[in-house]
Design a binder for this molecule. Structure first.
Ligand SMILES: [Zn+2]
Length: 186
């Protein structure tokens, strides 16, 4: 998958200059312009042309792309075998597949699928690593809190003792020793 150049050749509407409508007569209610498929195939676009709803004359590249890979008769055959409700999706996927095949003649769509699957498994591995780090950090934090609480308790006890019995100094060896311990963890 090292061919990164995109095959997206955008249809440039600025290249087609529209003639001034001032001199032409008003258009008939139904525009009889051939669909992109019939125009490219140089055939008459019938009233019930099966290709017309999916290949409008405004987007000739769509048909050119699909035609190059699947061929017109295969496209027509495929559409005839499908219910009308699924034809638009079938055309969209055919055009997508054809684009992929033109871009990558060896792997076509399969190349895109493999690339995305690799990306998914890489991201899953990254996610698992991040989740393990979170668990480890949570454990670390819990240890730290337990340690701080323990040291605080240790620090409080002598103060209570001192308030009761000022002579008792045995706990007061080093009241700040826990700070050193904490600094090791931070
Ligand atoms: Zn047509």
């Amino acid at each position: 998958m090292d061919s990164n150049e995109t095959m997206t050749t955008f249809y440039n509407p600025s290249s087609s200059s529209s003639p001034s409508p001032a001199t032409s007569p008003p258009p008939p209610p139904v525009i009889q312009s051939p669909c992109a498929a019939c125009k490219i195939l140089r055939r008459r676009c019938a009233d019930k042309c099966i290709l017309a709803p999916y290949f409008p004359p405004t987007d000739p590249l769509k048909f050119t792309t699909a035609h190059r890979v699947f061929g017109a008769s295969n496209i027509i055959k495929l559409l005839q075998e499908l219910p009308e409700s699924q034809r638009a999706d079938a055309v969209t996927s055919m055009v997508y597949e054809a684009k992929a095949r033109i871009r990558d003649p060896v792997y076509g769509c399969a190349g895109v699928i493999c690339h995305l699957q690799r990306e998914v498994s890489d991201l899953q591995a990254q996610l698992a690593k991040a989740q393990a780090e979170i668990i480890s950090m949570q454990g670390h934090q819990a240890n730290l809190i337990a340690l701080v609480c323990m040291e605080m308790d240790k620090h409080k006890q002598p103060l209570i003792h001192n308030s009761i019995n000022l002579d008792h100094q045995s706990f007061e060896d080093d009241p700040y020793c826990f700070l050193d311990d904490i600094s090791l963890w931070t």
